[in-house]
Unconditional design. Structure first.
Lengths: 240, 426
């Protein structure tokens, strides 16, 4: 039975990914802050065929990491799905708001995944899969802090993959484009948006196929290639 | 990620949409009125709220509890019938009443008190709802069932979303051996043959429905009947079909092409008539093979006319009127309802024959025909189906739904719909 730890289990993408694992009869360990919502998701996954354990925790707090990991191990898959977008204007003005984005998207995940890496390394197997973002591929005016947090996370995942490859532990970086989730509820939608279900399907497939870095939907790879290739001299004048 | 529209894409309404993703959340505070929106599979305007706000329940789609012994399923109201079938058919359970598409939400199935091909033996969907939770704009939550708050229950079943938001429902599923249906196709010509086959079939088959093509020389069609097979075994869950990729221009679905389609469909059905064993998906949901097939009609959309009438003479009059109109239906369905009472104050199914006809929306000509058909139904003391309707008059509605005034007392003051304002306008 596949054992999966889902960090940020109430996120829309995590929920859909957990359903795909539930359909395979996996054992799921769900972690989130909101007990009531966590319960609703746990019930759903149980009906779908998973065995489920839950823990209510604030993953921004490094003090809980070790205990969570130990409690859930042995583990086949660690799925890190929590993150915040932050209100761009507020983040640009308010230091505390910017720090909160960096803590939730970067500092917390780095400490948490270091912890997970130790557990999986000891086992000599397992997969870490984390949701980064295409926003980490190049900083943009509209979400510079969010982009920096995801760029940092992507770089960390790349380093972690490098470090763990000889230990038999895989690291998968998933970079979704725009996804129609509560995170983006306030933003106007355009045809580039995709559903959490689609992203979750790509995520699970990437884990199954032992991929390193995946963009989802796949065409974001080519969009981001073009975005990265633009000279900074031109890029800085664009409103993106 | 398309703006909310109804399945017929007519009429167009402008409204805000707010997602309700958690069943314990309060209703959002908005200016104007609210209306729950499931999968947008109602054809006309009963799922639209022009100038108001829709409560998008597509993420309110969690299972809550399933009892493998009794077949009682509790799930959130946005859960689709497809999700239930995918999960539970392999475990030997089936939804007791399914409509012509599996991509409807449980909340929508309740709010329209939908019927299926087994109306004779099972009645409407609402008869299999054990309990539901209703969230009203006051913040009050009430569990409603035939025993508990029975009036709210009778108003909410077939209540078109107007009594509040259904957050979850408990359904009684039924056992099946496997995913297969023993099906039979019988071609018929003329109403005499239809009624003869129907009288025989309603007694011996659980599921019955007929596809029909009303022509000047008389109606012809294919009668489908079937039962859950005793054959055990599994069938892999079907992948969701890809959506139809574009809005076709108006001329594609028009007189000559629909006539050709109807001819080909009849010829094919006739050549494949007889008994066969099929999976449940193509038997119950043939149109689900193409996602978003309504785009075939293009942006102007299409209209469905579905009525129920008691007398055979009215059926004849309806089909004759269509056949002589020069307009051709792109899809016609004939079915008889049984005697089992419907639980909702505004439930559509009642004893008689139901006729459903699709027409591309080519404007005035179709509207004139629909008016004429509506007049025949009103004359015959029948009713039109709100889930399919975009045009019926307040008078026809009042005549077809005598409990409307009683129902109105249960309408949540913060809830409304385009349909409701239309049929209740003085």
């Amino acid at each position: 039975m596949t054992r999966v730890l889902v960090l940020g289990a109430t996120s829309a993408i995590a929920q859909e990914a957990a359903r795909l694992y539930a359909a395979r009869g996996a054992a799921l360990f769900l972690v989130a802050r909101n007990a009531e919502r966590l319960q609703a998701i746990a019930d759903d996954l149980r009906v779908r065929g998973a065995s489920v354990a839950t823990a209510v925790a604030d993953l921004d707090d490094p003090a809980v990491h070790e205990q969570l990991l130990q409690g859930a191990s042995p583990l086949d898959i660690v799925l890190l799905a929590h993150g915040v977008l932050g209100d761009a204007e507020e983040v640009d003005r308010d230091a505390a708001a910017a720090e909160a984005v960096l803590r939730t998207n970067l500092v917390g995940p780095v400490l948490l995944l270091n912890c997970a890496a130790r557990v999986l390394e000891e086992q000599g197997r397992g997969t870490i899969v984390a949701l980064s973002s295409v926003a980490g591929d190049r900083g943009r005016a509209s979400n510079a802090v969010y982009g920096a947090s995801k760029a940092g996370l992507s770089a960390f995942l790349s380093g972690l993959r490098n470090r763990l490859s000889s230990a038999g532990v895989r690291v998968v970086t998933v970079k979704p484009g725009f996804v129609d989730t509560p995170m983006t509820a306030r933003l106007p939608k355009n045809p580039l948006y995709s559903s959490p279900r689609r992203v979750a399907r790509d995520l699970v497939r990437a884990v199954d196929r032992e991929r390193d870095v995946v963009y989802t939907p796949w065409w974001w790879r080519w969009i981001m290639l073009a975005v990265r290739l633009l000279p900074e001299r031109i890029f800085k004048r664009l409103s993106l | 990620m398309h703006p909310p529209e109804s399945w017929g894409r007519y009429p167009i309404a402008r409204q805000a949409a707010v997602r309700v993703a958690w069943r314990r959340d309060p209703l959002p505070r908005v200016h104007g009125t609210l209306l729950p929106f499931g999968q947008g599979r109602s054809y006309g305007d009963c799922c639209l709220n022009d100038g108001g706000t829709l409560l998008d329940t597509s993420r309110l789609d969690r299972f809550i509890q399933f009892d493998e012994q009794t077949g009682v399923l509790r799930c959130e109201a946005g859960t689709r019938i497809a999700d239930i079938l995918d999960l539970l058919v392999p475990r030997g359970w089936f939804v007791p009443v399914v409509p012509g598409t599996r991509f409807v939400s449980v909340g929508g199935a309740i709010a329209n008190d939908i019927h299926g091909k087994n109306h004779f033996s099972a009645g409407t969907f609402g008869r299999h709802v054990l309990r539901l939770e209703l969230l009203r704009s006051t913040g009050e939550r009430a569990v409603c069932s035939p025993e508990e708050n029975p009036e709210s229950f009778a108003a909410t079943v077939a209540g078109l979303g107007l009594t509040g938001l259904i957050t979850w429902a408990e359904l009684q599923l039924r056992r099946v051996k496997g995913p297969f249906i023993d099906a039979e196709t019988i071609p018929f010509g003329g109403l005499d043959e239809f009624f003869a086959v129907d009288a025989e079939s309603s007694r011996k088959s659980e599921y019955t429905v007929a596809w029909c093509d009303p022509r000047p020389r008389g109606v012809r069609g294919l009668y489908f009947r079937g039962d859950h097979s005793r054959r055990e075994g599994a069938a892999p869950a079907l992948r969701e079909p890809p959506g139809f990729p574009l809005d076709l221009p108006a001329f594609v679905v028009s007189g000559p092409t629909t006539a050709a389609f109807n001819w080909a469909y009849y010829a094919l059905g006739r050549s494949r008539s007889g008994r066969r064993q099929v999976r449940y998906v193509p038997f119950f949901f043939p149109l689900d093979a193409v996602g978003r097939w309504n785009r075939v009609y293009g942006k102007r959309g299409f209209l469905q006319f579905q009525c129920v009438v008691k007398e055979r003479a009215a059926v004849e009059a309806l089909l004759d009127r269509v056949a002589s109109s020069g307009l051709s239906t792109s899809l016609g369905v004939l079915k008889t309802f049984g005697e089992l009472p419907s639980p909702g104050m505004l439930s559509f199914p009642r004893p008689g024959v139901t006729v459903a006809l699709d027409f591309p929306n080519d404007g005035e000509r179709v509207f004139a025909l629909l008016d004429a058909l509506e007049a025949i139904v009103a004359e015959a003391g029948g009713a039109l189906y709100p889930a399919k309707d975009a045009r019926m008059s307040p008078r026809t509605f009042a005549a077809g739904y005598p409990r409307a005034a009683e129902f109105e007392r249960h309408v949540d003051p913060a809830f409304s719909s385009s349909f409701w304002r239309r049929v209740r306008s003085a």
